[in-house]
Design a protein around this ligand. Structure first.
Ligand code: ZN
Length: 189
């Protein structure tokens, strides 16, 4: 965000403190609006990221035609309904079609879409679509598992419910054996 945008957001956080009955001029809160604005800038950085820059040509030629899996990618996002975090793990698998993606880039793609206001279902699909777009893979599978703070801290206050979502495209959708291989690989400890 620009300095001007951070300034506007700082004012909004100041007003929010007043709104919840706080005194923004007390010592502990003096810099809070600006800190919160900068934190929100970071947590929503996905809106300002360019996927082409993120992937940055880290797509390599390869004749590997077997399943590639990256599991347990840390996931931090925020639900679009309450603007509260949901946190968990992403597992990504794909069957290359002549091209593979640099390992760190898969995690970066997850971050680009996670650092927005999201629902887990859409986030799962956006990650899968991006992997498919950049690799042209024969099949892409994405599984997300996350705990939603809006469910844990408020509402039904269920502390141990995990939400699992999955999107399977191409051969990972059409071939039972490919999908089973992917699912068994991400379940291994
Ligand atoms: Zn929510």
């Amino acid at each position: 965000m620009t300095d001007e945008e951070i300034g506007k957001l700082t004012q909004i956080y100041h007003d929010m403190l007043v709104g919840v009955g706080e005194d923004p001029s007390r010592e502990g809160l003096l810099d809070t609006p600006k800190r919160a604005a900068k934190a929100m800038d970071y947590l929503t950085g996905g809106y300002r990221a360019n996927l082409d820059d993120v992937v940055n040509k880290a797509v390599f030629t390869s004749d590997i035609d077997q399943l590639v899996v990256v599991k347990d990618i840390e996931l931090y996002s925020m639900c679009e309904h309450h603007m509260l975090p949901f946190i968990g793990k992403a597992h990504v698998g794909y069957i290359p079609n002549g091209k593979v993606l640099g390992l760190s880039k898969i995690a970066r793609i997850v971050d680009v879409f996670a650092r927005r206001l999201q629902i887990q279902e859409n986030l799962t699909k956006q990650i899968a679509d991006a992997i498919a777009k950049y690799t042209g893979a024969k099949g892409v599978g994405v599984v997300l598992e996350a705990k939603h703070l809006c469910m844990m801290m408020r509402g039904v206050e269920k502390q141990n419910a995990f939400m699992k979502t999955s999107v399977m495209n191409g051969t990972l959708r059409t071939s039972d054996s490919c999908r089973k291989e992917f699912l068994s690989l991400i379940q291994e400890k």
